[in-house]
Design a protein around this ligand. Structure first.
Ligand SMILES: *[C@@H]1O[C@H](CO)[C@@H](O)[C@H](O)[C@H]1NC(C)=O
Length: 587
């Protein structure tokens, strides 16, 4: 069409120019034939006309504003127009295409559907993003250096793959989605690392595709990839990330097509076929209840309600199931929608973030969904009643587990459980019972001890506690549990607790642990998980740097060492289970 137009112009131009020149010549001859008086009259007339024009100018500029306004409305629409399948930079073309199509996109959430009934365009909410200026404290600068070191190794040996293997100088693929890049983006952005941000953005724009004939875990992909994309979308205001998030959301949605709406744990992103995990007929309770923040935000950002509807239905269903004083078993069947009745109750693996997302969903929705708050309060009471015990001889408080549906107590705590003090503190900030703060402080101290009592000053994956006085130590570690995967939960809790108490001891604890990471997990090409926290002479490096080290551990350290409480404002953002901040809505 553009080519046609310019042909037309080229054909007509010469004859028009010729005619103009001829006309100009005859006017000049006529002017020369006039007397001086006649010319003066014409001068005066021209001046009078000029004055008249100047006098009426306000009226003219009014109509000029009307002319400008229309394109402005269009620009606003363009700004929020999301192209689902194609390059978002084509938004100009898409905009014209939509106008010509007569398919009107007016309200956020209006969609245009293509011939295969896939969503083609969406009118999203406007989003301008926020700016970060980089580290201000010495300790923050040290964390940024650590991040750069990890990133450099990843870039050199594992670029585009899920994880770096820093010792063998290779990579590990789990889902084949460049996990480390997607997971790190908002950390990079918050740290103000411009070059790293540009290269990561470019990879996502050009190379992150979800047309992968590969099974992925719904929960892991939701908290890491969907959460990561939505978070960086909100922080940067860059629509490209929302496009990718919508595409991913569409591919994950078939998981929820079960009788009660409880999702299957796994799905093939290409065939969109969902199924239970290979090793069990059931889904994990924490997995099916730790996707709601992300799916809701996807709906709120895009205006397409189906994601939120599917995920919120799961929470509502679980709300109605019978529980033991608010505590849930760790397995649930996707077909029947029932808990597996003899499974373990724990705030560690497969149970943990059920409680976290009750509170955080309630916060995300502006404290408007009462059953979430009530289930959270009941759950924490259940924890106090059934799961907390004190060690001998020093009386450290810890959260243990109930086996066989609640009959046997096991004095064991996963490092994962150390997220709980932070969540409790966040809850108190939002009006939960003050008694939760005492619980948070005591549990945080116990978590600190799981680090401080190891010669490496790094916590093991699992700690056992002495409750009957069988020996003189409060806690002990089994050989199979002595590994440290660079996990974030304790640092996460330190950040919340420091935010809410301003007690600098929490910063100092974080610094001690950061130095232990530097000493025992830093290797020439990055950071590595280790196999043994009990032996400083040989920590048995495991040759893997998980994406959550960059997404969570280093992000929380960076935030912890900041003295700017608004750096990541907990009154504006709720942070998902993978440390990705998402906006708080009013309902
Ligand atoms: C700060 O926290 C530490 C560790 O819990 C505690 O011992 C100390 O008393 C607290 N300081 C203040 C001022 O509350």
């Amino acid at each position: 069409m553009t080519a046609l137009k310019s042909d037309h112009v080229a054909l007509n131009l010469p004859s028009e120019v010729y005619a103009e020149t001829k006309k100009a010549k005859s006017y000049w001859r006529w002017w020369n034939q006039l007397s001086r008086f006649q010319r003066s009259l014409i001068y005066m007339f021209v001046v009078a006309v000029l004055f008249t024009i100047l006098y009426f100018l306000p009226g003219n500029s009014d109509s000029a504003i009307v002319d400008v306004e229309k394109p402005e409305v269009n620009t606003l629409k363009k700004d929020v127009l999301v192209n689902i399948r194609n390059d978002p930079r084509d938004v100009e073309n898409d905009f014209n295409e939509i106008e010509n199509d007569n398919q009107v996109l007016e309200e956020p959430g209006d969609v245009q559907i293509d011939d295969n009934s896939n969503i083609k365009h969406v009118l999203a909410r406007p989003n301008t993003g926020v700016q970060f200026t980089g580290p201000t404290e010495e300790r923050q600068k040290a964390v940024v250096e650590a991040f750069k070191h990890a990133w450099k190794g990843y870039k050199q040996f594992a670029w585009g793959h899920d994880h770096l293997k820093p010792i063998s100088e290779g990579y590990h693929d789990w889902f084949g989605l460049g996990l480390t890049i997607v997971d790190s983006l908002d950390t990079i952005y918050i740290m103000g690392l411009k070059n790293e941000y540009a290269e990561a953005r470019e990879w996502i724009d050009k190379h992150l595709h979800f047309d992968k004939n590969r099974d992925v875990n719904l929960f892991e992909v939701t908290i890491r990839v969907l959460g990561g994309l939505l978070s960086i979308y909100h922080l940067s205001g860059d629509r490209m990330y929302l496009n990718k998030a919508i595409d991913l959301g569409d591919r994950l949605l078939p998981c929820f097509e079960t009788e009660m709406g409880v999702p299957f744990s796994d799905i093939n992103l290409f065939t969109r076929k969902a199924h239970a995990p290979k090793w069990s007929p059931d889904s994990s309770t924490s997995e099916v209840t730790t996707i709601q923040l992300e799916f809701r935000d996807l709906s709120r950002s895009s205006g397409i309600s189906k994601y939120e509807n599917a995920a919120a239905k799961v929470s509502m269903h679980i709300h109605k199931l019978e529980k033991k004083d608010g505590l849930v078993p760790i397995f649930i069947n996707a077909n029947s929608g029932q808990f597996r009745s003899y499974s373990t109750i724990t705030l560690g693996a497969r149970g943990d973030s059920y409680y976290e997302y009750l509170l955080k969903q309630w916060i995300q929705t502006g404290k408007t969904i009462d059953y979430l708050r009530d289930d959270y309060i009941e759950g924490i009471s259940g924890v106090e009643k059934h799961l907390t015990h004190r060690t001998v001889p020093n009386g450290f408080l810890f959260v243990g587990e109930l086996l066989v549906g609640g009959k046997d107590f096991k004095p064991k705590m996963d490092h994962l459980t150390c997220y709980l003090p932070g969540t409790l503190a966040l809850g108190v900030h939002y009006g939960m019972p003050e008694s939760h703060m005492k619980l948070a402080e005591e549990l945080l101290t116990t978590c600190y001890q799981t680090y401080a009592q190891q010669p490496t000053f790094l916590a093991p994956e699992i700690t056992y506690f002495n409750i009957q006085g069988e020996n003189s130590n409060d806690m002990y570690v089994k050989t199979n549990d002595a590994h440290n995967l660079l996990r974030p939960e304790f640092i996460e809790s330190l950040w919340y607790m420091y935010q809410l108490t301003k007690n600098t001891t929490y910063q100092d604890w974080g610094w001690q642990i950061f130095q232990a990471f530097e000493k025992y997990t830093k290797v020439i090409n990055g950071y590595t998980s280790i196999g043994n926290v009990r032996n400083t002479a040989n920590v048995r490096p495991k040759d893997l740097m998980e994406s959550f080290f960059l997404s969570e551990t280093l992000k929380y350290l960076y935030l912890l060492f900041s003295d700017n409480p608004k750096l990541l404002d907990i009154d504006k953002y709720v942070v998902n289970s993978e440390a990705h901040p998402l906006p708080i809505y009013s309902s």
